[in-house]
Design a protein around this ligand. Structure first.
Ligand SMILES: [Zn+2]
Length: 113
């Protein structure tokens, strides 16, 4: 766990290795497409707005944390829908714990594509 966090933080500071190519193209094409949206300035601004709007408080459990502890969560799963992804009204502030809990529930509910 601690190791994953470290890697994530390091990843943010480091420039991408190599030139040009980002994520190698695999069968995950579709997922990689929206994963890239998380790297856009639009998303960063939106995420910040969500966290500030929520006063850095988890909507589920009331945990108050720093930016790195919190997630801008899609209330309705975007499933690659760009409009839904960037819809400010579809976003809520969750702590990492509640976020992973919510995602697990969602995956259990949703049929595997
Ligand atoms: Zn929480």
């Amino acid at each position: 766990m601690a190791r994953m966090k470290q890697l994530a933080q390091r990843g943010r500071q480091m420039k991408p290795r190599g030139s040009g190519g980002e994520v190698p193209v695999r069968s995950r094409d579709r997922i990689d497409t929206w994963r890239r949206w998380y790297k856009t300035p639009e998303w960063r601004a939106l995420r910040k707005d969500v966290l500030i709007g929520a006063l850095f408080t988890c909507a589920r459990c009331g945990f108050i944390g720093e930016s790195r502890d919190l997630v801008a969560d899609h209330i309705e799963p975007h499933r690659g829908d760009r409009d839904l992804f960037f819809d400010r009204t579809n976003l809520q502030c969750l702590c990492a714990t509640c976020h992973s809990g919510a995602k697990q529930r969602e995956e259990r509910r949703a049929p595997r594509a």
